[in-house]
Write a protein that binds this ligand. Structure first.
Ligand SMILES: Nc1ncnc2c1ncn2[C@@H]1O[C@H](COP(=O)(O)OP(=O)(O)OP(=O)(O)O)[C@@H](O)[C@H]1O
Ligand SMILES: [Mg+2]
Length: 309
């Protein structure tokens, strides 16, 4: 039985400006023990899908099962199997950290949970904050408490909606060590993140969403294999000619161009030289998940345009 099963899930939001189809028939399964990544640009529908899974938003169509429990008709059982770290920081400002975790345990009917709460505080680097009021915590600390809160009832399925947004390098490492350990012990993890190097390092399989549709769903290793294998990277102060600009990923002075082999690298550099572009710090690197992501998104939006025109 899958840990999570999305079956033709659709969601239409009614707003003042009409209807918005945030999910357009999303279907995929996550198997027990998987570390699964859900990626997509802002507004793709990731949080909506997670909210449907968590029972916070009602789907307009289709259904979602958690360990076989329908999130609507069998809400309590589905909810108990899930630990959800929400994207938004929401807290009761009157609790301190330990009280918040005890309260959350009580919500699941667990009353003597301090051993596990201590382990969570330790594992998430919160041990010295147990008595701190939620209002006094920094943004990154609050994020850690959210993670701890999601895990108080030892859920078999852990859902993380951008858990590392605004979080420093050290905590990211602590967090990933902790979550990876839970995953090794058998927990299923569903992660959304805009840090693609995190997804590449952690996730065994990845689904990419674009405008409410799944546009890629594969093993991370297979996604990486289908990318344009190499990337030519250089710095320049000059403006790129249109032919290069159309295919380049430009970040400030840094220009990156897809290349399959040495001949393509030479061709890019020759075209740059002909256009008077001086390339400095030239290097060639392996394509990474960010390159794949950009390719998939461009291909998918091209296809979506063809379909509507
Ligand atoms: N409560 C709501 N009412 C109306 N529209 C909504 C609501 N929540 C989300 N939307 C819209 O649904 C679409 C999907 O939003 P969602 O938050 O699921 O995206 P996301 O993939 O999580 O994006 P991000 O990466 O920015 O977190 C967006 O167009 C958004 O504006
Ligand atoms: Mg979101």
């Amino acid at each position: 039985m899958p840990a999570v099963s999305f079956q033709n899930v659709s969601k239409t939001y009614a707003s003042a400006r009409g209807e918005l189809q945030a999910l357009k028939g999303v279907s995929f399964d996550i198997q027990p023990g998987e570390f699964f990544g859900l990626l997509g640009p802002n507004g793709a529908g990731k949080t909506t899908l997670i909210s449907v899974l968590a029972g916070l938003v009602r789907a307009s169509g289709g259904r979602v099962l958690v360990q076989g429990h329908d999130v609507q008709s069998d809400y309590a059982a589905a909810r108990r199997a899930l630990g959800v770290v929400p994207q938004e920081l929401v807290f009761d400002p009157f609790f301190n950290v330990r009280e918040a975790l005890r309260f959350q345990s009580g919500y699941f009917g667990i009353h003597h949970n301090d051993d596990w709460i201590d382990e969570l505080l330790q594992g998430l680097g919160l041990a010295d904050k147990a008595g701190a009021n939620m209002r006094q915590l920094s943004g990154g600390m609050k994020r850690r408490v959210l993670v701890a809160q999601a895990l108080v009832h030892k859920p078999p399925v852990i859902v993380l909606d951008e858990p590392t947004a605004g979080v420093d390098v050290e905590l990211r490492q602590t967090l990933w060590q902790f979550i990876s350990q839970l995953n090794k012990q058998g927990s299923t993890v569903l992660l959304t993140t805009h840090y693609l190097e995190e997804a590449e390092a952690l996730c065994g399989r990845i689904a990419m969403l674009q405008q409410g549709r799944v546009v890629a769903l594969e093993k991370t290793s297979d996604l990486l294999r289908q990318a344009s294998s190499n990337v030519l990277r250089f710095k320049t102060d000059q403006k790129l000619p249109p032919g290069l600009a159309a295919q380049a990923r430009v970040t400030g002075r840094v220009v990156q161009l897809p290349a399959h082999n040495a001949i393509e690298v030479e061709q890019w550099l020759a075209r740059a030289r002909e256009a008077g572009v001086v390339a400095e710090d030239v290097e060639i690197r392996k394509a990474d998940l960010e390159d794949v992501f950009i390719e998939v998104m461009e291909r998918a939006s091209g296809q979506a345009q063809e379909a509507t025109s």
